[in-house]
Design a protein around this ligand. Structure first.
Ligand code: FAD
Length: 418
């Protein structure tokens, strides 16, 4: 075999981190993404000079993270910066420039009393003093959130958390730039078949895109898309066709584990205002405000580049509400969530008229049940090589996806001896 031809399906975080890792490797790399831009769930919506991250707000590490070279690179390049907390200082947010990285400091002690109630229900915690060692995981995001208690004030701390300095999509764009691949966007993997080309006994993958009416051949394919999307176990339309499915079914143990992978659904609303107002300003100072007592809204984050200038707001729905309303169109969801935002922040109608509102339905938001053992990446079919990677196989956060890329690279290295 000459240089192995490798196809990465998906130019999200996992795909781009894998492409970055394979820069310099003796492989011929191709990446397809069905969307018009790379990013996947790391999507930043832009309106004028304003931006809002409608995917991850925080960049989380895996709880048991080993030192990841890409995470370190992102810190060094100031694409992500640590969130630190200081209970005794007033809340200050150090703005950052490209040349002078500085940690963002957020006072977390002002979080709502309702959180306290919710946490009591969820976590059954004992009161402790705030000390990294006796912080305990709580709640649905238990792999991320920790609870501590000091001076009658409950705080939530995400340890080792970071924010994306220029938006989460910039991380993916950076990784792709540092790789050797330019993703082919608007290129849906419509069909994936194992075929034996003429004059060769090696079975290879034939990947097809119907829209542009072309097919290409690969020695290995890495699927970084959520498992239910390529398995067709959910109501998702557009599952790729092809014999990869029947080949997958030949290993019942792997197939059963794939079938168990499930995702939560969520809606994100991005809102842009030309100027701030008191309720938005209060949230902006904390950066994020959580509403565990509210049925629809989970949290609101507010950002602005210049004091007194335009502000962007991101509203994330509760998973339970989103789960119960999966069939809502994003237009209807947008109206419901915006109304709830007004109810919460300005029952007297003091929110300014928005310049723009946009809603996104994340049918596959974060993994609820990952592949057994959370291996990061798995060899799904040996011949021709098909690898599954991404948060279907890992912890559903940035650290988990970076880990998935590392494991996928190891599998490729072993197979192709580089
Ligand atoms: C609302 C929300 C909040 C989150 N909060 C956090 C957080 O606070 N902290 C944190 O660390 N993480 C968070 N996450 C999780 C994190 O964003 C994801 O784990 C990560 O972005 C997943 O990256 P991925 O590359 O594995 O998958 P994706 O980003 O889903 O990438 C898959 C790509 O495949 C493409 N694709 C799909 N099907 C096909 C096909 N047939 N052909 C071609 N291309 C295809 C898609 O267009 C997509 O670009 C959050 C996610 C969401 C949605």
């Amino acid at each position: 075999m000459g240089i192995p031809r490798i196809l990465i399906v998906g130019a999200g975080l996992t795909g781009s981190a894998l492409a970055r890792r394979l820069a310099g490797a003796p492989v011929s790399l191709t990446c397809w993404d069905k969307a018009s831009r790379p990013g996947g769930r790391m999507t930043t919506k832009v309106f004028g000079d304003m931006k809002v991250d409608i995917g991850p707000k925080f960049i989380s590490r895996k709880p048991d993270d080993i030192e990841d070279s890409i995470f370190t690179e992102l810190i060094e390049k100031n694409l992500i910066q640590p969130v630190t907390y200081d209970l005794h200082q007033s809340h200050s947010v150090h703005t950052n420039t490209r040349n002078t990285p500085a940690p963002v400091q957020i006072k977390l002690s002002t979080l709502e009393k309702e959180i306290e109630k919710e946490l009591e229900k969820e976590a059954n915690q004992t009161t402790t003093t705030l000390n990294e060692e006796n912080l305990e995981p709580v709640g649905q995001d238990s792999n991320c959130w920790l609870e501590g208690d000091e001076q009658d004030c409950t705080v939530l701390v995400k340890p080792d958390n970071y924010t994306a300095t220029f938006g989460s999509q910039a991380i993916v764009e950076y990784l792709l730039k540092r790789s050797t691949v330019k993703p082919e966007t608007k290129t849906f993997l419509n069909e994936l078949n194992a075929v034996e080309p003429q004059n060769s006994s090696d079975v290879v993958w034939e990947a097809q895109n119907h829209g542009r009416n072309f097919k290409e051949y690969f020695d290995a394919v890495i699927l970084t898309i959520p498992v239910p999307q390529f398995l067709g176990t959910s109501s998702a339309v557009g599952r790729p066709l092809g014999n990869y499915l029947s080949l997958l079914q030949q290993d019942q143990e792997v197939y059963n584990n794939l079938e168990k992978v499930t995702y939560s659904t969520s809606f994100s609303l991005g809102v842009f205002y030309s100027k701030s107002c008191t309720p938005l300003e209060e949230i902006r100072q904390q950066k994020v405000k959580y509403y565990p007592g509210n049925d629809i809204i989970k949290y609101i984050s507010v950002e602005c580049e210049d004091e007194g200038g335009p502000v962007s707001v991101c509203v994330h729905s509760h998973r339970t509400w989103a789960h119960q309303n999966t069939e809502l169109t994003k237009e209807i969801a947008k109206d419901i969530i915006y109304k709830e935002l007004e109810n919460l922040l300005s029952p007297d109608g003091s929110l300014p008229e928005p310049l723009q509102t946009m809603c996104h339905k994340w049918r596959y938001s974060q993994t609820s049940v990952p592949f057994q053992g959370v291996p990061g990446a798995v060899t799904l079919i040996e011949e021709p090589l098909l690898i599954g990677a991404g948060d279907s196989f890992s912890i559903s956060n940035v650290g988990g996806c970076l880990d998935a890329a590392r494991v996928a690279q190891d599998i490729l290295k072993q197979r192709f001896n580089f």
